[in-house]
Design a protein around this ligand. Structure first.
Ligand code: UD1
Length: 365
């Protein structure tokens, strides 16, 4: 069986690694890894490949940045001939980034089977580009691998037949489980977070809704400067966020704004943080697994299980709510959580089991 994996952006890399590893153990499986090049900076891509032990991509489409239409279209144009030439039996896509939806569109039109890892998540907010990517990809996929029960329910409600849906658990947690021991050995302070006290808030922000609007971003930075009075703030900034802070001429004050960190160092910092403040999807899940309080600077989440079972609290756009929740954390009254079912480090193996049980299908090209 010839299996393609298509990845492009930072959050894809910790999801593909466990599936690649699990399928490597299976007989009669040939794997091809395609990197679209959506993320291309060394600290957004290469370093993740090294730390997660992902082999160098067989194909790099080197699409780079652009508007949504441009980036999605460029991936489609460059991917189509590769699929036509190499004739995969099935193509696996990950998460909800532009590389995911672009691949699904190409493969669906060529009649090539698609598996979607992390299917079924919904924020019900179509102003988020990722929600559009999730909706379209799930409609086109043949195998839908979900991380939690809410994913199954969303898919069934959208008319996806039950036989296409497989609840396998959370693949990103597989990578976390594997690398947590190494992460816990990383020392704080690292070279990039020199002098960081024992208690600190770890912050990440990159959603367009938070960082592309100058008033919004200014408000968030002001809230963080206030947090910084009680708790040191370490803020590994996404390139997009750093550019916006500079472009809008905003004050970073005493915030420890650092470059994006490699996976292991970030996980180490996260596992020891007093609190995480974020607008990322994956970090809501990682903090739930780690039992670290997470304050999410968004009005909604496509990962509701992190709120219903985990340590996540949505603070939205309300600085007062952020202040209130932070006081609870500092008073030792943070929300307690449990780890959702099947977030156990074995999701990649469950995907591999299902994949090899699938009848061999030749693409109709
Ligand atoms: C993408 C995903 C988002 C994911 C995030 C993780 C989509 C629609 N969004 O958002 O779901 O949470 O990745 O990081 O796919 N840039 C660099 N170097 C890089 C990559 C990007 O400087 O290696 C800068 C460029 O200015 C680029 C901007 O970041 O224009 C945004 O990159 P892009 O890939 O469009 O989206 P992300 O915000 O990274």
């Amino acid at each position: 069986m010839n299996i393609f994996h298509i990845v492009g952006a930072r959050p894809n890399f910790m999801k593909v690694a466990p599936v690649l590893n699990a399928l490597r153990e299976r007989e009669n499986v040939v794997q091809t890894l395609v990197h679209t090049g959506q993320h291309y900076d060394v600290n957004m891509s290469d370093v993740f490949f090294q730390q997660l032990g992902i082999p160098a991509p067989d194909v790099n489409l080197a699409v780079g940045s652009g508007s949504h239409a441009k980036q999605t279209a460029e991936i489609m144009i460059r991917l189509e001939p590769v699929v036509l030439e190499r004739q995969p039996d099935i193509v696996l896509v990950y998460g909800d980034v532009n590389s995911t939806v672009a691949t699904a569109l190409v493969c669906a039109k060529l009649g090539v089977k698609i598996g979607h890892v992390e299917a079924g998540l919904r924020s019900f907010d179509r102003t988020m580009p990722e929600e559009i990517n999730r909706l379209v990809t799930d409609q086109l996929a043949d195998l839908l691998f979900t991380p939690s029960e809410d994913g199954d329910e969303n898919l069934r409600r959208e008319g996806i037949p039950a036989e296409k849906i497989f609840r396998v658990g959370n693949v990103m947690i597989d990578s976390l489980v594997r690398l947590l021991p190494a992460a816990q050995k990383t020392l704080v302070p690292t070279t990039r977070t020199e002098g960081l006290p024992e208690r600190y808030a770890l912050v990440t922000l990159h959603r367009p809704a938070n960082v592309d609007d100058s008033v919004r971003l200014k408000g968030i930075l002001e809230s963080l400067l206030e947090v910084n009075r009680d708790l040191a703030v370490v803020f590994p900034a996404h390139p997009r966020t750093r550019k916006r802070i500079e472009e809008f001429g905003l004050d970073r004050g005493q915030l420890r704004v650092v470059d994006p960190l490699p996976y292991v160092e970030f996980l180490g910092l996260q596992s020891r943080a007093t609190v995480v403040i974020t607008d990322s999807g994956g970090i809501q899940e990682e903090s739930t697994y780690l039992g670290i309080p997470c304050l999410t600077v968004r009005e909604n989440t496509e990962r509701p299980v992190t709120v219903s079972m985990g340590t996540n609290v949505l603070v939205g756009r309300d600085p007062e709510k952020l202040r209130r929740e932070l006081s609870r954390v500092l008073a030792g009254k943070a929300k307690q959580g449990t780890v959702p079912p099947l977030w156990d480090g074995h999701a990649g193996e469950r995907i591999a089991d299902i994949m090899v049980g699938q009848p061999r299908m030749k693409a109709v090209i």
